[in-house]
Ligand binder design. Structure first.
Ligand code: GDP
Length: 364
């Protein structure tokens, strides 16, 4: 599954948020989530549409879709220069699909701040600089080689590689993340092969206290301003509060949120933001045995979507019966949707939409 690495300076609340994410009591007993390793957790993606489909179809079981979060602790100033530990942390980040960057926007004299005082922009700069330096190192090494190789050749591939690396180098040297570099279709796969950290989509989590949650504070304002300049998103979360909410039974949780004047846990917002950040969408399968949500990348065609269930479904794909969950909500049953002529048969080229309900036909 696709995953998000959680990074940030020590003591900003990463573990608190990670633990709340992965320990939250599920809304239904068979929601499959767990902590795989100490630092990796599977999180279910809350989706009211799945609950609604369940009400209509009344299956034996309902299974939500999931995503993975990894708590990447230990990133500190100088990590990119530190051969041992620093490289290990950066290696973990390199293996993730997206980065969630937690910044401290709460003051608490009990919680030591590693950089002297609460200053989220300063913290952001420290972390982003380490990530940038790590990428710069990667690109510089490759560029030296590629430039040499491109010199006395007419091979357009080698020339494209050198050109791509040169663009990336220029940006990184100017302190700009790789994700800001505009690449041609030819250059994109070259850049992808570098696994650059600053090319990954990133969002900020502003870890605030209760009062900052609703009203914000000067630190959150600063983070939001910075994020807007970078075209990134910010999710406001109170880590301490989320870890309390996570301990509650579903019924108590609803009550507690209402008392706090909140409509959903901050963690749900974080999960949804991460989902969007990864450009993911959900389709459903809805039979009487099982109603289930599945995750695909936006733009995936029907056979690829089938492949998420089983590789045989993709290999033997014939067609997919398809309708949208909104049609089910409007007309009340698959039969009624069919009678309205809204159940279609889609082929190999069909691009699956968010909220589609699919039934695959395939050869075995
Ligand atoms: P990490 O090093 O980034 O993983 O940080 P931790 O999650 O271990 O948190 C560091 C300390 O900050 C712990 O003592 C937490 O209880 C505390 N902490 C985390 N989130 C909050 C918060 O929202 N408000 C307050 N006041 N303390 C928090």
């Amino acid at each position: 599954p696709l995953n998000c690495g959680i990074v940030g300076l020590p003591n900003v609340g990463k573990s608190t948020i990670f633990n709340a994410l992965t320990s939250a009591k599920a809304a239904a007993a068979n929601y499959p989530f767990c902590t795989i390793e100490p630092n990796t957790g599977i999180v279910t993606v809350p989706d009211p549409r799945l609950d609604k489909i369940t009400e209509f179809v009344k299956p034996n079981r309902t299974i939500p879709t999931t995503m993975e979060f990894i708590d990447i602790a230990g990133l500190v100033e100088g990590a990119s220069k530190n051969e041992g530990l620093g490289n290990k942390f950066l290696g973990h980040i390199r293996a993730t699909d997206a980065v969630v960057h937690v910044v401290r926007c709460f003051s608490d004299p009990e919680v030591v701040h590693v950089a002297g005082g609460v200053n989220p922009l300063h913290d952001i700069d420290i972390i982003n600089t380490e990530l940038l330096l790590a990428d710069l190192d990667t690109v510089e090494k490759r560029f030296t080689k590629a430039e040499r190789a491109a010199k006395n050749t007419s091979d357009s591939k080698l020339k494209a590689e050198a050109a791509c690396l040169s663009k990336l180098l220029e940006a990184l040297q100017a302190g700009k993340p790789a994700r800001t570099v505009e690449l041609t279709e030819e250059e994109k796969p070259i850049a992808r092969d570098l696994f650059l950290i600053t090319a990954k989509p990133m969002l900020y989590v502003a870890n605030v206290d209760d009062s900052g949650l609703a009203g914000g504070n000067e630190w959150v304002d600063a983070v939001e301003k910075r994020a807007a300049e970078e075209n990134s998103q910010v999710v406001r979360i109170c880590g301490a509060l989320e870890s309390e909410i996570a301990q509650l039974e579903p019924a108590e949780r609803t009550e507690f949120l209402k008392e706090m004047g909140l409509t959903e846990p901050g963690l749900d917002r974080l999960i949804h933001s991460a989902y969007r950040l990864l450009d993911l969408i959900t389709y459903f399968t809805a039979g009487v045995q099982e109603v289930r949500a599945w995750t695909i990348r936006r733009g995936t065609k029907a056979p690829g979507a089938a492949g998420v269930i089983h590789s045989d479904f993709e290999k033997g794909f014939i067609k997919a019966d398809c309708y949208h969950c909104d049609d089910l909500f409007t007309y009340g049953s698959e039969q009624a949707v069919k009678e309205k002529g809204l159940l279609r048969s889609e082929g190999k080229e069909y691009i699956v939409k968010d909220g589609d309900i699919l039934f695959f036909k395939f050869n075995v």
